[in-house]
Write a protein that binds this ligand. Sequence first.
Ligand code: GDP
Ligand code: MG
Length: 672
Amino acid sequence: MNTLNQQYEEKVRPCIDLIDSLRSLGVEKDLALPAIAVIGDQSSGKSSVLEALSGVALPRGSGIVTRCPLELKMKRRREGEKWYGKISYQDHEEEIEDPADVDRMIREAQNKMAGVGEGISNDLISLEIASPNVPDLTLIDLPGITRVAVKGQPENIGEQIKALIQEIITKQETISLVVVPSNVDIATTEALKMAQEVDPDGDRTLGVLTKPDLVDKGTEESVVEIVRNLVIHLKKGYMIVRCRGQKEITERVSLTEATRREKAFFNDHVHFKILYKENHATVPKLAEKLTLELVLHIKRSLPRLEDQIEKKLRETQAKLDSCGSGPPADAGERLGFLIDTVAAFTKDAIGLTTGEEIKFGDRLNIFAILREQFAAWKNIIEHFGIVFNQNIEREVTQYERRYRGRELPGFINYKTFEDMVKEQIKQLEGPAVLKLKEVADIVTKELFKLAQSSLVGFPNLIKTAQIKIEAIRKEKEIAAESMLRTQFKMELLVYTQDSTYSKKLGKRKREDEQFLASHPLKTVTWSNDSGATLREMIKHLKSYYKIAGQRLADQVPLVIRYQVLQESVIQLQREMLQMFQDKKITEYLLQEDPAIKPERIHHQNRLKRLSMARNLLTEFSMNTYNFNQVHRLDPNIGKDTAAHSLPPPHKNPLKNGRRHQKTVQAHKPHRS
Ligand code: GDP
Ligand code: MG
């Protein structure tokens, strides 16, 4: 017994304590913690089992008595220590003086949460009990599964209850304790079906058979087979218990007396005696098994828990960042804060429009988009050139009539050339202005996004910045459009440096000759007079268009970048900083979004909670590691079925040993 006690203190306690500490940090709000949930059909004996385990009378009676999930946290105290109880739900918390008050207080809590009557609620009632007579366990009692609604109950009460049960047992962290009366056909019980749905292999399902005293004569052996895990196999197996029947309750048989009677019942039973011998029967054995299962489950859940905490920490930190830091309360510091915030924003805006890296948001790279836009612009120029030439070629027979003046064949009319060039280039004006508007749209949108992320939490500031961005955009767009239109007016002058033109034309001619040499058929169609003149004309047109096109391919993006990007953000910066001269305006701008402060506090608290949880886990795994190193315990402690084995001692409960010290220290017990 002594060694068992010692092992209990060293192995079981720290695990249960760890989860308790996590719970008291409130980590349950962030992620699910390992727990045991009790499920079963109505009147299958759930509350009786919990009562027997906890030693306190819980509400019972006909109809749905358990109407909210009840979390029963039991803590074993040392021999001779006082009984302690506490009930908490929503914002209510109350210590319980007398175990006899528990029943009434739970009913009161249920009435508050689920309303007086027969309704149910998903909100948790938490009952904490510490005493030398309880095991270290946390169990969740759930409403029993019913099929038919009785008077005063909502029609879909059955569905509601199932949904509530499902929500809890679906979690990987939950062990389902399925309570089934021995005198019903286990294969047809709804509770077992539900557990099997969410846990098909039965990895985290444990069966508990109740009411063995009510088994029909002659069917005892089939009950024995079920408990021996031979009928519906569950990896965690089955236990069988006998609780107080209605008659014993009416006669006020105490729980201690009930425990004695239970032992005697199994010991004397012709059929069930064997189950008792095999450690499959009685409430105390169930308590032992549950504690052990919970500990195993906790150990197995730790790596997942650790991962989840890390993930939540990262998420929370990101959310907290997105809340911003909020303005200082001190009047003197407020202006400074505003200046810093706005300066950071305008710096980012400049960074954005000059293609430098910026701090906020998901890395907006506006230049990647602009490059595409400007490349598209160059494609438009090329496309128009090709279409234009094709049109002229198609008009080859019309050429004489439409374009030829008084010149002799073979001469090119410069005026005709100029007119054609002008016509060609003029076609680009509309698309150039459209491109400007398109890019201005993109830039404005990105600046809006930037304002939203840089100035997060200050709606007035965001609004003001966005109004300014929009106004400046209009102004700069007009300026840019006028520059573009001027450029196109200048293009009507038809000019380039002589040397540039000669070079282009020479190159064009060489290319044409090569082309014709390899396409003799073309030479025939083109060899009449007007064909030759046209060919000559096209050479000139192509050469000049190439030059003018190159000029515009650069010039238009330059104008857009200059006005829409560079000048816009410089003006934005100037205008934003000018606002600080007015004290009233600065206060207006500093008004924080009323929703963001509570959100920030919420994330801060969560962050604090999770960091502490991580520390607890790290400390725990270090101690366990050292402990296993020193003691090399028999892995079969407490083993009574195959499903019961502890993880081999060399296998650390946490994934990898990166955080564990290599030096072996003596294990410090968690509780003194
Ligand atoms: P719940 O609805 O699942 O919580 O079921 P209860 O715990 O309220 O039990 C339903 C009825 O079965 C009660 O009258 C209990 O006294 C009775 N009961 C529970 N366990 C046993 C048992 O092992 N033997 C007998 N004879 N009756 C039991
Ligand atoms: Mg009940």
